[in-house]
Each structure stands twice: as structure tokens, then as C-alpha cells.
Design a protein around this ligand. Structure first.
Ligand SMILES: [Zn+2]
Length: 467
């Protein structure tokens, strides 16, 4: 045996699978060999007192000389059996024996041990295995398919077991196409379950980008995408973490496992049902007015839904059932249609005249000044500070000629010391309407308007309301 051949036999990376052929085939070669011998060397056998024997071949190489074919076959079979026991797998020997008739003298026969060694060196072998294929890509070879099943279960496990949500796990599936195929491989190609499991978990690194939003940092972004800050820094060599600002684009390196565990969880929860709002037009009300006739209340429903998660991340939700526990109550609102009169109070007050404020509201010596004094010449126009109804016109010993307007919203205004009154009790007046003229009637020391605002019958500081 020369070195060159041995090297060739041990080539483990040969993908060629040769089936063991029927033993009868060996005899074809024998017949041919005999024919060759009888022509080429007819006298050789006759001259020498030789013993009949067989050259044992693997391919083109002689691995020994035996007296009987069965001796070599037995060695061959025992090697196969030994390999099968060693690797606990069905073994396919790649390299069959063939025989050629020859003659030997005395001790030229190969002993069993040498023959075994030579055959072992001369054969290549494959074992039966199962290829684990994900989406057409082989990720490992295993001696039995249970190992593959176990890996898949191991991948599913974290999503199938640890659910702190109040839910019923209804289904755990793998999204990708998984194929398990029977193959013949070299023993060195057999994978170990742990490294394949890790390979699936690590997956591919998918490239994505993220636009930075207010308040985000590399740390929060890393959390969001289930990666870590170091990876982000590596993926973004030009980025200075401290100078990260909204709008910046960050390259993401996000691990994408080779297998996606799809879980379907049934959840139950109650949800509010919004009430309807019906607006009824009411021509007895102004179009600025609204009134709730029936207050609406939300209803409640018991919802049963299927939450679909990919590797624990919620991707979809299907409502399975919705049972109404309590019906919502429709809200009914009345809305006025009438155009409001100009004399209706607006809710804000205007300056009732032009002039200089000569005396503010509040304590004036020992007495309380219940309004403000606005001074100008006699005959200056006095305006209604807001819309309303005139409820008093007349002369008062202290106030002189005076007008009182009820704004019909809790407020009453008073206008005193007038020289003329231009409205009558019962009149409706609009905001800004001229109602009188400035004067100095009653207890007054000069031409001015004494103006008061009463809220629910109590005087307040008019300056706080005027604008
Ligand atoms: Zn006054």
C-alpha cells in the first residue's frame, strides 16, 4: 500500500454515496480475471508449486491476499458492524471489495489483522442521518430525528411556558418551513444539539434603521430592539452617543432568530362600550344653548380574543367573542334653534361710559364705596354694560337718577347720578345701547357716573369684570 492511496481512502469529504452491491457482483470480476490469467500466464501456474488465492481489491488497490473470498468478506462485515456499534448509526461503507484470482507461495497470504487494518484504511464510510432544514437551508445533521424535535421544543419552550399574563395558551407553532430529510453523511458532519439551538437563537442579523425621537438614548433604543448598546456603537461608527438628537438615524443590528415561535393565547377582558349621542332640536331654546336631557352612560362587554405573538411580541389580535354585560345608555341632548336676541347678556361687561376713574371700589374713609366713579362732562353717553332687562328707572335720594339692568345671568348693573334716563322699566336693552346721559344728580359733587355690579345680590368690584 503506498501512502498516496491511503490518503485518498481517508478523504472524508467525499459526498459520493455508493450502495453496497450484491455479493454476486464480485464473481463477475473473478470470471473476467480468470479469463485474463488463462491467456496471459498459462505456463506460470504449471511451473511453480503455487497455492490458489485471491488478491483483495478496494477499487484499483490491493489491500491483501486471501485463500478464500469469505475470509475478506467476513472482515469487511465485522468492520461495518464495529462502526455501527461505535457510532450507533447505520453505516454505509463506501468502497466495495473485489477479488482477483492469483497464486501465492507459502507465507504470502495476508493475516487477518493486517487485512482488517488495510480495509479500514481503504474504505470510506457514511452514516445514516437526518438533515434539519429551515426554509430550504440545512442547519445541521443528526443521527436521529428526535434530536431535531427536541431542538424545536427547546426553542418553543420559553414562549410556551412562561406566561405571566392571564391567558390560555392555545397553540404554539413554528412559522418557518421545517423539513427533515434522510441523508448519508460523514460522521464528522454530525452536529450537536446545543450549538444548533444557539445558532437558531442567534439567527441572522437583520439591518434596520431607527429615527431618534425626543427623550431617546442608545440605551432605550437598544432595549426597544432587543439588542445592546455595544452592537449599536459598532453599527454606527460615526455616531457619538452623547450627541444623539431627535431626527438622527441609527443603524440597528437586530438579531432575528432562524425560527419564529408563533403563540396563540386566548385572553379575556372587559371593555367599555361608548354610548351614542342623539341631538334633538328644540325651537324653544336659543341656538347658543344646549341641555342634556338624558345623561349617557358607557356599557361594558366581556371580550374573548386571541393574541398572536411572534417570539413573544404581540403582532395581531383577533376578537373571538364579545358578550355585552351592560348596554350603554344613549345620551340625549337638546339643542336650541332660535336666534338669540341682541338683548341677551353676553356674559362680559363693557365700560359703561368714557371718562376718568376718579374713585375706585372699596373702602373710602369709614365708608364702603360700592362701585366706581367715572368722571366726564354732563351729557356724556351712558351705555348698557351688557344686554338685559331694565328693572328700575327713577330718582333716588343718594343715587339721583338711576337705572338698574338685570342681565338674567345672576348679574345686575347700576348706573347712578344721571342727568337723563333714556329707557323705561321693562325695556330690553342690548350691550352698548345708550340708556342715559351723565350728570350729577343725587348726592354728587360733580358730573360723573357711579357704576355698580352685583353678583347674586352682592356688590363686587366692577374693575374686576370690565374689559
Ligand atoms: Zn360713586
Amino acid at each position: 500500500m503506498d501512502k498516496e492511496r491511503i490518503k485518498k481512502y481517508w478523504n472524508r469529504f467525499s459526498n459520493k454515496v455508493i450502495e453496497i452491491k450484491n455479493k454476486n457482483r464480485y464473481f463477475n470480476k473473478i470470471v473476467i480475471s480468470i479469463a485474463v490469467f488463462s491467456i496471459a500466464m498459462p505456463s506460470f501456474a504449471a511451473v511453480n508449486t503455487a497455492t490458489k488465492a485471491y488478491n483483495v481489491y478496494i477499487g484499483e488497490d490491493v489491500v491483501g491476499v486471501v485463500k478464500e473470498i469469505e475470509e475478506a468478506m467476513e472482515v469487511y462485515d465485522s468492520i461495518k458492524e464495529e462502526l455501527e456499534n461505535t457510532y450507533e448509526a447505520k453505516v454505509d461503507l463506501n468502497g466495495e471489495l473485489s477479488f482477483e484470482k492469483t497464486n501465492v507461495f507459502g507465507g504470502e497470504l495476508t493475516d487477518r489483522e493486517t487485512l482488517e487494518t488495510n480495509i479500514k484504511k481503504g474504505i470510506d464510510f457514511k452514516i445514516d442521518a437526518f438533515a434539519f432544514i429551515i426554509e430550504g437551508e440545512t442547519i445541521g445533521y443528526f443521527k436521529n430525528s428526535e434530536e431535531i424535535e427536541n431542538i424545536i421544543e427547546e426553542i418553543k419552550k420559553p414562549y410556551a411556558e412562561t406566561t405571566d399574563r392571564e391567558s390560555i395558551l392555545k397553540d404554539v407553532e413554528i412559522l418557518e418551513n421545517i423539513d427533515i430529510q434522510k441523508v448519508k453523511v460523514d460522521i464528522s458532519d454530525i452536529s450537536d444539539t446545543q450549538s444548533v439551538t444557539q445558532k437558531i437563537r442567534d439567527g441572522k442579523e437583520a439591518k434596520k434603521t431607527h429615527i431618534v425621537e425626543v427623550g431617546e438614548s442608545l440605551w432605550t433604543i437598544a432595549m426597544m430592539y432587543d439588542t445592546d448598546v455595544d452592537k449599536l456603537i459598532t453599527a454606527n461608527p460615526d455616531l457619538i452617543p452623547e450627541k444623539l438628537k431627535p431626527g438622527d438615524e441609527v443603524n440597528l443590528v437586530v438579531p432575528q432568530p432562524l425560527l419564529t415561535v408563533v403563540t396563540v393565547e386566548e385572553v379575556e377582558y372587559t371593555k367599555d362600550i361608548d354610548y351614542e349621542v342623539i341631538v334633538k332640536e328644540d325651537d324653544s331654546m336659543y341656538n347658543t344653548q344646549k341641555k342634556i336631557i338624558t345623561k349617557g352612560t358607557k356599557g361594558q362587554a366581556q371580550v374573548t380574543a386571541n393574541e398572536i405573538r411572534h417570539n413573544g411580541i404581540l403582532v395581531d389580535k383577533e376578537i373571538v367573542k364579545e358578550v355585552v354585560i351592560s348596554e350603554p345608555r344613549t345620551e340625549v341632548i337638546a339643542k336650541g334653534t332660535k336666534e338669540p336676541p341682541k338683548t341677551m347678556a353676553t356674559g362680559t361687561f363693557m365700560m359703561p361710559t368714557r371718562g376718568r376713574i376718579t374713585s375706585p371700589y372699596g373702602n373710602r374713609g369709614s365708608r364702603m364705596h360700592l362701585g366706581i366713579d367715572i368722571a366726564n362732562s354732563v351729557g356724556t353717553n351712558i351705555y348698557a354694560a351688557d344686554g338685559g332687562k331694565v328693572i328700575f328707572t327713577g330718582y333716588h335720594r343718594t343715587y339721583g337718577y338711576m337705572i338698574e339692568i338685570d342681565h338674567e345671568n345672576g348679574y345686575i348693573t347700576r348706573y347712578a347720578h344721571l342727568s337723563r334716563i333714556l329707557v323705561s322699566t321693562g325695556n330690553r336693552v342690548y350691550k352698548g345701547e345708550i340708556i342715559g346721559k351723565m350728570g350729577s344728580t343725587g348726592n354728587s359733587t360733580g358730573s360723573h357716573l357711579h357704576f355698580e355690579i352685583l353678583k347674586n345680590g352682592v356688590n363686587i368690584n366692577p374693575s374686576s369684570k370690565l374689559r
